[in-house]
Design a protein around this ligand. Structure first.
Ligand code: SAM
Length: 239
């Protein structure tokens, strides 16, 4: 997968060199370029912002550098991702959709955001997703790109050693994952549930399923309400 990130703070994306995202880049699964938006400015001050039409506080990102940046990075198969608090809330399903794309361009807004005409023009040329991390406001889109790229990279073939982790984890199948434990069997007076040490795979699977349902019911009743009825069997309902 090819990824182009356009930002006025390229250094902010340094964590894309680390951990499993960095490894995916080294392995060639992921090809990332981070671009400084100011490369596409024409004035001596490398200006990317100006005052908002209609008045009001703050500055707005000017359309010209963005238009040039997108024209130079766009390919026939590109999808543009614009982190924004007015976007749709980013989900695991979105991560899966982005992971299936050959080329992503991320446009990191700053100040009061990017001139709307940039997004309108881009939408005539390629699919555009405005994506929000949540109902709060950040300084800029860079942190959102780091979050989205972690979620996407985990889903790329070959990145995770054990692909089963992907099917069993929270949000992959509409439920939260059951609690997890490791050694020692008793720590600080607290014992790992007996069933997990029993070696009985049927019982373990049943326990995990029940814990997953109970956790989802108590923490995310909205998720349980949206869970397809036909995926619940008699024992699930009893739990
Ligand atoms: N004036 C904008 C508003 O009220 O909707 C907020 C602009 S914010 C200060 C600057 C940039 O941070 C945005 O253009 C976007 O790229 C990023 N950003 C802020 N909050 C975000 C969120 N919840 N999710 C994703 N990106 C966000």
């Amino acid at each position: 997968m090819r990824v182009d990130v356009i930002t006025i703070f390229p250094e902010y994306l340094a964590p894309l060199d680390l951990s499993l995202v960095g490894k995916a880049r080294t392995a060639g699964t992921l090809d990332v370029s981070v671009h400084d938006l100011r490369t596409w400015t024409a004035d001596v001050h490398r200006t990317v912002d100006d005052t908002p039409y209609g008045g009001g506080p703050g500055m707005v990102m000017r359309p010209e550098p963005w238009s040039k940046a997108l024209a130079e990075t766009r390919r026939p198969d590109s999808l543009l991702v614009v982190p924004s608090p007015v976007g749709a809330r980013f989900t695991q399903a979105d991560a899966a959709e982005l992971a299936s794309r050959p080329h992503l361009i991320f446009a990191c807004g700053r100040y009061e955001g990017i001139d709307q005409r940039v997004l309108d023009e881009a939408a005539d040329l390629m699919p555009v997703r405005e994506v929000s991390l949540g109902d709060y406001v950040l300084f800029g889109g860079e942190v959102a790109v780091l979050v989205i790229m972690e979620a996407v990279t985990r889903l790329l073939p070959g990145v995770l050693g054990n692909a089963a982790s992907l099917t069993e984890e929270s949000h992959s199948a509409g439920l939260l994952e059951a609690p997890v434990f490791t050694k020692p069997a008793t720590w600080d007076g607290r014992a790992v549930p007996e069933v997990l040490r029993s070696g009985d795979h049927g019982r373990i699977a049943r326990w995990r399923r029940e814990q997953s349902l109970l956790r989802t019911a108590s923490r995310r009743p909205d998720m349980l309400a949206a869970y397809p009825d036909e995926l619940l069997d008699k024992r699930d309902r009893a739990a």
